[in-house]
Design a protein around this ligand. Structure first.
Ligand code: PXG
Length: 460
């Protein structure tokens, strides 16, 4: 074993202790305990090592978050310096600190000019919790306290806490713990699966018009906001047809419904723009952010507000009874600041847009464009999805597509690459610092996994 570190304990020892004490995310814990989780012990650049010494190319940036890759000394130095200087102070009782002030300055220099304020949180779920309260407070300030229904989308994902999962449209999550009142859902714009005979443009428009129907059904005077991911992430890396967002924006403006973009995955360069709504060309009133804000090195999120909303809350709102112990945590803020500086000063977002993003998509089209298992390739920047198809002409999907995708993911691990599976789609979202050579390796190893999957699906 040739490891760039000394493993402290045996893998089985780690696994036994983990099984004894730890409930993992989104898994049958009993089944996982029997199998034993992979123990990740080190990261450097795009690579991870497990406790057995096996090396993986991380094609998912952790969970869509390590924009700068692993092991960045500038981020660890920023954390250490801030810990030495002021490890903690809070945003309650009329105080602030330089780290959070400088982070906000930089954040708003990167955002379009119609945003002005942010409420910091520790995660994306919290950003969306705060969103519900902030949007409702905004309408209260304007004398419309009944305007409080939030509309989300089926198969959207906005986090795992009670209200964030209610905004999301994962029915199996709603069944575990329940919903909250005053939340409604419309369909997702997943043309490949649900578009039928419609063209993508027609289908996109039809999905958007569902928002208008839902607003009219609920009464526009009762609808506070519409929340959606610019492209769905956890739901399968699904890009809406181009007709979708302009129509959604028109409807929100027409009925005075706030347009809330969940940029937790799309933000901070993933699409080659700083924020995904810029790629799709619409102007949300709020942005939920997290993940790439710190490259995942420390937990931090936030809710960005348009000038119009911030002005109402600040100038007319009085006390807004909201705050978290760790809102604007100085160490997280210092890391976020160092992270955003690196993304900006090293030209990484531009590189994704002009070089590595187009390079990845050309490669994917060359390798998978006529692959017998792949019916569609979607994405832009360092973001891609491969759709499995049983019949490419009719867009028929496999009855066992979920199992096939999970198999593909397992084959990926065996080949030394981490790709994400969702219902019949394989997702790639490597760190934004990926080189062309690393993207070659990502696609080569993904090809091994997809070919093996095609064989068990009878397609090769
Ligand atoms: N909004 C979006 C769009 C997300 O993708 C959250 C909110 C919640 O963020 P926190 O920081 O509370 O986890 C997310 C999280 C996956 C996967 O498998 C995606 C997420 C989380 C875990 C797994 O794709 N996204």
């Amino acid at each position: 074993m040739n490891l760039p570190f000394e493993p402290q304990r045996q893998t089985q020892d780690y696994q036994a202790s983990d099984a004894a004490h730890h409930i993992h995310a989104f898994v049958d814990q009993k089944a996982l305990n029997a199998e034993g989780p992979r123990v990740m012990v080190r990261g450097e650049g795009l690579y991870l090592w497990d406790s057995e010494g096996k090396r993986y190319l991380d094609g998912m940036s952790g969970l869509w978050c390590t924009q700068l890759g692993y092991g960045r000394k500038d981020l660890t130095a920023a954390a250490a310096a801030q810990m030495d200087q002021l490890a903690y102070y809070n945003m309650f009782f009329h105080t602030t600190h330089p780290a959070v002030i400088e982070l906000s300055e930089l954040l708003f220099s990167l955002l379009p000019g119609h945003y002005s304020h942010v409420i910091y949180t520790n995660s994306g779920s919290e950003a969306n919790e705060v969103l519900i309260r902030t949007v409702r407070r905004y309408w209260q300030v304007f004398g419309q306290p009944q305007k409080k229904v939030m509309i989300g989308r089926w198969n959207g994902y906005h986090g795992s806490t009670l209200a964030a999962s209610a905004l999301g449209g994962m029915k199996f999550m709603h069944e575990m713990g329940g919903l909250i009142p005053d939340v409604a859902h419309i369909d997702e714009p997943y043309w490949y699966a649900q578009g039928g005979e419609l063209t993508p443009a027609e289908f996109g428009r039809r999905c958007a018009l569902q928002l208008e129907e839902k607003i009219l059904e609920l009464g526009a005077q009762n609808v506070a906001g519409f929340i959606a991911e610019p492209f769905q992430g956890a739901g399968g890396m699904i890009f809406p047809p181009q007709s979708y967002w302009p129509e959604i924006q028109r409807i929100c403006r027409q009925y005075d419904v706030l347009l809330c973009a969940d940029e937790v995955i799309g933000g901070f360069g993933r699409t080659g723009e700083w924020f995904a709504h810029q790629h799709f060309g619409f102007e949300p009133d709020t942005l939920s952010i997290a993940k790439g804000l710190t490259s995942g090195y420390l937990p931090m999120g936030g809710l960005v507000l348009s000038k119009r909303m911030a002005e109402a809350l600040v100038e007319r709102g009085g006390v807004f009874a909201h705050g978290l112990t760790y809102s604007g945590h100085p160490v997280a803020a210092a890391v976020a600041l160092a992270n955003l500086k690196a993304l900006r000063d090293e030209g990484i977002v531009r590189q994704v847009k002009d070089d590595t993003g187009p390079y990845l998509h050309k490669l994917l089209h060359d390798v998978f464009g006529s692959h017998p298992l792949i019916g569609e390739i979607q994405g832009t920047g360092l973001l891609a999805a491969l759709q499995f198809a049983e019949d490419k002409d009719t867009r028929k999907r496999f009855a066992n597509e979920n199992d096939l995708a999970w198999q593909c993911r397992t084959f990926g691990f065996e080949a030394g690459v981490i790709i994400r599976s969702t219902l019949g789609r394989m997702i790639m979202a490597p760190a934004l610092v990926a080189s062309r050579a690393e993207l070659d390796e990502l696609v080569d190893k993904t090809r091994i996994a997809v070919d093996r999957t095609a064989r068990i699906a009878g397609k090769l």
